[in-house]
Design a protein around this ligand. Structure first.
Ligand SMILES: [Mn+2]
Length: 327
């Protein structure tokens, strides 16, 4: 499948690359990394990001499209989705719903279990640590030039999706590909400064109050969770689109196995879940409640009040720890 997708990419006249809405480091790294790899090898390519990008990634990302007209759509002969598991989350805009894309020359590269994008040509590798890893693998296997900028973007995606090579999805293959990217000049300092050392000061103050006023601990210290009130976000002008890594404030607590961060959205309570122990995966809970993700990092949206969501999630996580199936 890798060869087939490589062949399609290099046979294309112009490629439109898309990824999931509210893009994270891997979505940005894989989409912009693929664009740079193609462009530097003479293939015209653009990235469509209708939601824009988180502030912290501004120094790494430039020149993407935030919208597209019907006339512009007709200029592309290949559409590529990276790091996106389903049509609802695809940031493709109103002109390109997934049903339309499926009728086109459409390829998908993804590492989410349960991917249901149903692209006519898809390469899904749930064991891969990140979509950026998959794009890097494709680029390296192609034998074509993989320049410093593409290597930097792809390593950014790998670093963010693996928690800097600390999560359980980090395997020997991830280190091997990362080493290949480092050999091609990937700029570690630039990545680290963007990803880890660019926190806006208002966010640090926001986090301090969040820790002091909203954290709750349950299940004998093994479950830490917080609901982020809208007033707190408003007080510090904090946008939950910048929330990548926020849940680590809960995950980093000694003794905590499962962390959950929630906030209210128009469609209900948005729930993010993380596990620190493969024996207690949170992916099945998220999927059972209509969401998705990976075993150790998953999420869902619950159309109910916070009080109801809190009670439901406490029941689910307690059941996870007692290994009692609740149906
Ligand atoms: Mn990813």
């Amino acid at each position: 499948m890798l060869e087939l997708i490589t062949g399609k990419l290099f046979a294309a006249g112009k490629v439109l690359i898309m990824t999931h809405r509210r893009p994270d480091g891997d979505a940005l790294g894989s989409s912009l990394g693929l664009r740079e790899f193609l462009r530097s090898n003479g293939i015209a390519a653009d990235v469509l990001l209708p939601d824009g990008i988180p502030v912290r990634f501004r120094s790494l990302c430039s020149g993407f499209l935030t919208g597209i007209t019907a006339e512009e759509v007709s200029g592309y002969d290949l559409f590529a989705a990276v790091d996106c598991a389903n049509g609802e989350r695809l940031g493709s805009g109103e002109l390109l719903p997934v049903e339309t894309l499926r009728q086109k020359n459409f390829v998908s590269i993804d590492h989410h279990r349960g991917n249901c994008l149903a692209a006519p040509c898809e390469w899904i590798e749930p064991a891969a640590c990140s979509a950026s890893f998959m794009v890097a693998k494709l680029a390296l296997a192609s034998g074509r030039e993989l320049n410093k900028e593409a290597a930097t973007l792809l390593l950014t995606g790998m670093m963010t999706d693996t928690g800097s090579f600390s999560f359980s999805n980090t395997d020997a293959a991830a280190f091997r590909i990362a080493a290949e990217l480092a050999e091609r000049g990937a700029e570690i300092e630039r990545i680290a400064n963007a990803v880890f050392f660019s926190k806006p000061l208002n966010q640090l103050h926001f986090e301090a109050e969040l820790v002091n006023t909203c954290f709750k601990i349950a299940c004998d210290g093994r479950f830490a969770y917080a609901f982020v009130p809208e007033e707190l976000m408003a007080k510090y002008n904090f946008d939950m689109r910048e929330d990548e890594g926020l849940i680590d404030l809960l995950r980093c607590i000694d003794g905590v196995t499962v962390a959950m961060l929630c906030h209210r959205r128009a469609d209900g309570i948005r729930v993010s879940l993380r596990s620190k122990d493969g024996a207690f995966p949170v992916g099945p809970i998220a999927r059972k409640l209509g969401g998705g993700g990976h075993d150790m990092a998953a999420g869902t949206t619950l159309a109910m009040s916070w009080e109801e969501a809190e009670a439901l999630m406490l029941t689910e996580v307690k059941a996870l720890f007692s290994n009692v199936a609740i149906s």
